[in-house]
Ligand binder design. Structure first.
Ligand code: NAD
Ligand code: IPM
Ligand code: MN
Length: 353
């Protein structure tokens, strides 16, 4: 299996280095994997003036799976829009047709105290958000900033075709079938035509999955319910922008954004694996970041692309073990636990493996 390793910017290289340590252990144990590293985001721009250099895209296309850290940083925020790091990330998702983004929020019992919510609200949480990743207001045309009636206007287009909704619906229903057979489709159909179509297509697709209980919720209510009573949800399916926002919110249910991995899949289960958080410029370069979301993303790689569930379990069990050993990076640290650095956390996972 070929893995394209794209560390990116900020804490990206620090957290990806820990995930690579994990992959090296698996390799030493006989896993037939090859890794090759390439720049993306600000690092891509610095290397060749493009946040998604041709060579990086070529490597990612040829790979079976991609491991990505994070992109972005304040030094790149004033570049021309097409040159910004985030555009490189959006382009690689689009180029590889990674339309289904799986963002699981799961609470390790020992981290209940690290969440800002009451332990009884979050304990036992096991939620899957399926976020559509290559459509919506992120990609809809027209978009831009222009002068109208003597003043600047900014505009984007929220747009979904029925085929885009249908294919992510099938992924979400398939996942719900393997979980609690409950799927909540989140949209804003009371206001947006785009959401109205989304909801209609979800209902159509639900006919193929009679065992799954489909419900619908407006996104504003969903944001509230996620914080009020998150355990009412099993699987959520939603569009690109709503999924972006709701998944950051739900990360706090699992203790910290540093805990939440993701898989972005095409229809053949080729995937890109990345933590849901960003490049965390405020802590970058200081060996403080939590690498567990990235390491858990490697577990997802084994589960979804390599279909090697035993290895996925092995990685997840190693993470459980370091949590049980009371090792904590700063973001999940609580009184009475041992604070460790990013690289110490990586070493502990390697030892637990
Ligand atoms: P962020 O997720 O980078 O950081 C938000 C907060 O969470 C910060 O306080 C940060 O220190 C903390 N945090 C994030 N990851 C952490 C980890 N692993 N361990 C400990 N703490 C962690 O979001 P932001 O500050 O809004 O964005 C910073 C940059 O990252 C921006 O340029 C943004 O565009 C980019 N970004 C990239 C991705 C991605 O590459 N997938 C995702 C989100 C944001
Ligand atoms: C994420 C990020 C990206 C997104 C940005 C950096 C383009 O926030 O992966 O959640 O909005 O999808
Ligand atoms: Mn996001």
């Amino acid at each position: 299996m070929k893995i394209a390793v794209l560390p990116g910017d900020g804490i990206g290289p620090e957290i990806v280095a820990q995930a690579v340590k994990v992959l090296e252990v698996l390799k030493a144990d006989g896993a037939r994997i090859e890794m090759e590293t390439a720049p993306i985001g600000g690092a891509g721009y610095d290397a060749s003036g493009d946040p998604l250099p041709d060579a990086t895209l070529k490597l990612a296309r040829a790979a079976d799976a991609v491991l990505l850290g994070a992109v972005g940083g304040p030094q790149y925020d004033t570049l021309d829009r097409p040159l910004r790091p985030e555009r490189g990330l959006l382009r690689i998702r689009k180029e590889l047709n990674l339309f289904a983004n799986l963002r699981p929020a799961l609470l390790y019992p020992e981290l209940a105290g690290a969440s800002s919510l009451k332990p009884d609200v979050v304990s036992g949480l096991d939620l899957m958000i399926v976020r559509e990743l290559t459509g919506d207001v992120y990609f809809g045309q027209p978009r831009g900033i222009e002068i109208r009636n003597g003043e600047r206007v900014g505009f984007n287009t929220m747009l979904y075709s029925e085929s885009e909704v249908r294919r992510v619906a099938h992924v979400a229903f398939g996942i719900a079938m393997k979980r609690g057979k409950k799927l909540c489709s989140v949209e804003k159909a009371n206001v947006l035509e785009c959401s109205e179509l989304w909801k209609e297509v979800m209902i159509e697709v639900s006919k193929d999955y009679p065992e799954v209980a489909l419900s619908h919720m407006y996104v504003d209510n969903a944001a509230m319910q996620l914080i009020r009573a998150p355990k009412q949800f099993d699987t959520i399916v939603t569009g690109n922008i709503f999924g972006d926002i709701l998944s950051d919110a739900s990360s706090i249910l699992s203790g910290s954004i540093g805990m939440l991995p993701s898989a972005s899949l095409d229809e053949h289960n080729k995937g890109m694996y990345e933590p849901i958080h960003g490049s965390a410029p405020d802590i970058a370069g200081r060996n403080l970041a939590n690498p567990l979301a990235t390491i858990l993303s490697v577990a997802m790689m084994y589960r979804y692309t390599f279909a090697d569930l035993a290895t996925a379990d092995r990685i997840e069990n190693a993470v459980k073990k370091v949590i049980a050993q009371s090792l904590r990076t700063g973001d999940i640290w609580t009184e009475g636990t041992q604070k460790v650095s990013c690289s110490e956390m990586g070493d502990a996972v390697v030892a637990a493996l």
